[in-house]
Design a protein around this ligand. Structure first.
Ligand code: PGA
Length: 252
């Protein structure tokens, strides 16, 4: 069967992690708004306490915003948690779920990540579902097993709703380390994930799969040129206006 060439608009998402201040955020967003970012969809996922300020700042811009996590629960006695409905009320478009830092440091398992993705979708948010292997898993040739297990758990829970997610492949060994997967290493995993989505009945040619892990202004062009890499999830470099702007432009 001949399938039409996919037309996936590139997406570049800044993951600020636990960084920023009211003043620093305002300066960063002012710089982004003043820049021409090119044709990619651009979003910033910021710490929850800043969401209202960020929503106000970006309201009349082309830049979307989102959060870095949400609760799997709708409401109730979950001290410290933030619901997807709250994020939706603050105008979020995206929410990251299953980031490796949450899996590793907050004990989040595959099923919880899937439930968070479901909560996000139920509230009109686009979950950015993160998957990725550790260095030990890569060295044991377990990369495909690990990412298939992680994404498979989300497909199990979402079923046909999987078509509405964004997937982010973030090899744990490349996050914040300055070590980037080469474009061909990343492409191989992206192609594997897209094939898995297709086998599970998803509209895989339309689903965006982002790469994350030490994306910088000087490696973004090469990474984004790979056929199954549809943009990036950017940590450290999203905190520097000039770097993030260059990465957005590289996603044209
Ligand atoms: P990094 O982080 O770009 O700083 O490696 C990426 C991420 O964790 O999303």
């Amino acid at each position: 069967m001949v399938t039409a060439a996919p037309s996936r608009r590139k997406l570049v998402v800044g993951n600020w992690k636990m960084n920023g201040s009211v003043a620093a955020n305002a300066a960063l967003l002012d710089a982004l708004k003043a820049a021409s970012l090119g044709s990619a969809e651009v979003s910033v996922c910021v710490p929850a306490p800043y969401l209202r300020d960020v929503a106000t700042s970006l309201a009349n811009s082309a830049i979307a915003w989102g959060a870095q996590d949400c609760s799997a629960h709708a409401s109730g006695a979950y001290t410290g948690e933030v619901s997807a409905a709250m994020l939706a009320e603050l105008g979020c478009r995206h929410v990251i779920v299953g980031h490796s830092e949450r899996r590793a440091m907050h004990g989040e398992g595959d099923r919880l990540v899937a439930d968070k993705a479901a909560a996000a979708l139920a509230n009109g948010l686009v979950p950015i579902v993160c998957v990725g292997e550790t260095l030990a898993e890569r060295e044991a040739n377990a990369t495909e097993n690990v990412v298939a297990r992680q994404l498979g758990a989300v497909i199990d829970v979402l079923a046909a709703r999987i078509d509405a997610v964004v997937v982010a492949y973030e090899p744990v060994w490349a996050i914040g380390t300055g070590k980037t997967a080469t474009p061909s290493e990343a492409q191989a995993v992206h192609a594997f994930l897209r094939a898995l989505l297709g086998k599970r009945g998803a509209a895989s040619a339309a689903i965006r799969i982002l790469y994350g892990g030490s994306v910088k202004a000087d490696n973004a062009t090469e990474l984004f040129a790979a056929p199954d890499i549809d943009g990036g999830l950017i940590g450290g470099a999203s905190l520097k206006a000039a770097d993030f702007i260059a990465i957005c432009r590289a996603a044209n």
